[in-house]
Design a binder for this molecule. Structure first.
Ligand SMILES: [Zn+2]
Length: 475
């Protein structure tokens, strides 16, 4: 029985993660979709050919969806998949399900808001409104959430005829998992592994990625496949240095665009540690993102998933994300009030790539002032506003206005939730490369995919493939 693999997203790019496995048997074809992520940034610049509007397969024919983790580039199209007729089970870890609940509602809200904004602007300018509506609305989210079924790490579970799913902790964000499928095939078992996004081997909230059983076929992420992160030991000191430079010495605002899930909790945890050590200056810290606040609550509820040493800290400090001076901003009115704050402060808001969310209001309000600074703590896909700022743009467009960039653009690489090149190789050290028949590299841009391919080749991996979107392989 042939088994086929087709990447319908995150192929030659970092967003839109979607990999389809087709198992052809006597009873017909059984289709397992791995992730259902949204394309973001450059991938959707051409609205006439928005890849989020055509899956490349028929959602009604998918039998089961298996999620690796809750990030939008892995989960963002789940409501659309369901709206277009998918009706099978959606497997995830419990934390991923809980995070998806708030993330997908937030994503629907952003799309409805953006669409209404675009339509209003078009109307004001006497243009025809964009005919395409949002990808989905808030009403599409509950029917999708009803299809979720959860399974913990290391609990083999049958998800289809002769197909067993086992998750292992990928250490990337709360609930993130590598997906291992054992597929019975003509009396043999195909051991298939999809890494999802791989986390770090450094002191953070989450444990290291967990080694996994030998695989025949691996689909591996490659986000940082061609470079290594700076050592993470200095993260606390570096963050403190930026806060001191911008807010204490420069009397400016420090804007930190951050993914609501993962990054924001890492930042709060680090600021909390500095506060506990008595090193954090008394400067107001605003977490201006309802989604980040919700994600922080979920992180508190799943503290059993933290590293052992972090769990031990809970005995002395029951809330690792809260400290004197921090305010969690929920209401839009309070968020708008922050525009009037003239005192030095730190504002943490989504989105990390600055293409959506409340951070855009703060950027419009703050970028023109050289006293202020933007601290980029994560990956910004090509074409996103974050990428433009990092490339040194002197003017950017926000809400239709041209905004001069006078604020400093700072960067802290080591807050990445993604393994770097060395860590990806270390993660795959649990494998006998001679026994891996084929390795597919996804979720990277060209130079990172090629960089990882070269490094894995040096480490004995053979038959490494960089698939194109829609290219089908027998595995
Ligand atoms: Zn991710």
């Amino acid at each position: 029985m042939p088994i086929f693999l087709t990447s319908h997203g995150a192929a030659g790019t970092v967003t839109g993660s979607k990999h389809l496995i087709e198992v052809r048997g006597n009873g017909g074809i059984f289709r397992v979709l791995l992730d259902c992520g949204m394309f973001q940034g450059e991938a959707v610049r051409d609205v006439r050919h928005d890849p989020n509007r055509s899956f490349g397969f028929d959602p009604r024919e998918i039998d089961v969806l298996v999620m690796s983790h809750a990030h939008i580039d892995h989960s963002g199209l789940v409501p659309r998949l369901v709206a277009e007729g998918f009706n099978g089970p959606i497997w995830s870890t419990p934390a991923t399900r809980d995070l998806c609940t708030i993330m997908l509602l937030d994503s629907a809200h952003i799309q409805e808001y953006d669409h209404a904004f675009d339509a209003k602007r078009a109307h004001q300018r006497g243009h025809e409104a964009e005919p395409e509506g949002p990808l989905y609305t808030k009403d599409d989210v509950p029917p999708a959430m009803e299809l979720f079924r959860t399974v913990d790490y290391d609990m083999p579970t049958e998800i289809g005829p002769g197909i067993t799913l086992t998750y292992t902790d990928a250490g990337h964000i709360l609930g993130s998992a590598a997906v291992h499928l054992d597929i019975e095939n003509d009396g043999r078992t195909l051991r298939f592994t999809f890494t999802g996004d791989v986390g770090r081997y450094v002191d953070r909230l989450l444990p290291e990625p967990v080694p996994f059983r030998q695989a025949d076929v691996i689909v591996c992420e490659s986000t940082y496949g061609d470079r290594d992160h700076a050592p993470v030991k200095e993260a606390e000191d570096d963050l403190l240095r930026h806060v001191t430079d911008v807010c204490v010495k420069g009397r400016g605002k420090l804007l930190i665009p951050a993914f609501s899930i993962g990054k924001t909790q890492e930042l709060l945890y680090t600021l909390n540690s500095l506060s506990n050590e008595g090193r954090l200056p008394r400067i107001p810290v605003f977490v201006d993102s309802p989604l980040a606040i919700g994600a922080t609550e979920i992180a508190r509820a799943y503290s059993t998933l933290f590293r052992d040493d972090v769990r031990a800290e809970l005995e002395h400090d029951p809330d690792l994300f809260s400290f004197p001076g921090v305010e969690f901003v929920r209401s839009p009115d309070r968020s708008k009030q922050l525009n009037g704050v003239t005192e030095p402060c730190i504002i943490i808001a989504a989105s990390g790539m600055m293409d959506a969310g409340r951070i855009r209001h703060h950027l419009r309000n703050s970028l023109h002032d050289p006293a202020n600074a933007v601290l980029v703590v994560g990956f910004c896909a090509p074409g996103t506003l974050g990428d433009k700022l990092l490339q040194g743009a002197t003017e950017v467009s926000l809400f239709g206005d041209a905004v001069p960039v006078k604020a400093r653009i700072l960067r802290m690489d080591f807050y990445s939730a993604h393994a770097d090149r060395g860590e990806l190789v270390r993660y795959l050290k649990c494998q006998d490369p001679a026994a891996v028949r084929r390795t597919f590299l996804v979720h990277g841009v060209d130079h990172s995919l090629e960089g990882l391919r070269d490094r894995l080749t040096e480490n004995g991996f053979k038959k490494i493939v960089i698939p194109k979107r829609g290219e089908r392989f027998e595995v």
